[in-house]
Design a protein around this ligand. Structure first.
Ligand code: ZN
Length: 97
């Protein structure tokens, strides 16, 4: 059953791999937007076991600056969509019930 063992080992290392490849995870920091606290985390362990919480919410891997940028980008995108009147893609792919 060496194939199964290899599969299990690959599954176990996937979190380390993700943590090493995603920049927000690689830096190993999370933020609380409510009180502004920041905390060092082991991203691979957090992917497996859950992220730290603060003020009743899960802490974010986006820094406050990145969150602001993202909100600005989203606002711009929504504005553009509103102006050009593109059809909204429907979730779930059509009228399948
Ligand atoms: Zn907090």
């Amino acid at each position: 059953m060496s194939e199964l063992r290899a599969l299990i080992e690959r599954a176990n290392s996937i979190h380390e791999k993700i943590a090493a490849e995603v920049p927000q995870l690689r830096r190993g920091m999370v933020w609380c937007y409510t009180c502004g606290r920041e905390e060092r985390v082991d991203s691979a362990a957090s992917l497996k076991h859950g992220w730290p919480t603060c003020c009743g919410f899960t802490m974010s891997i986006d820094s406050p600056e990145e969150r602001q940028q993202r909100a600005t980008l989203r606002a711009l995108e929504e504005q553009e969509q509103g102006q050009s009147g593109w059809p909204r893609p429907t979730a779930g792919g059509g009228d399948a019930e």
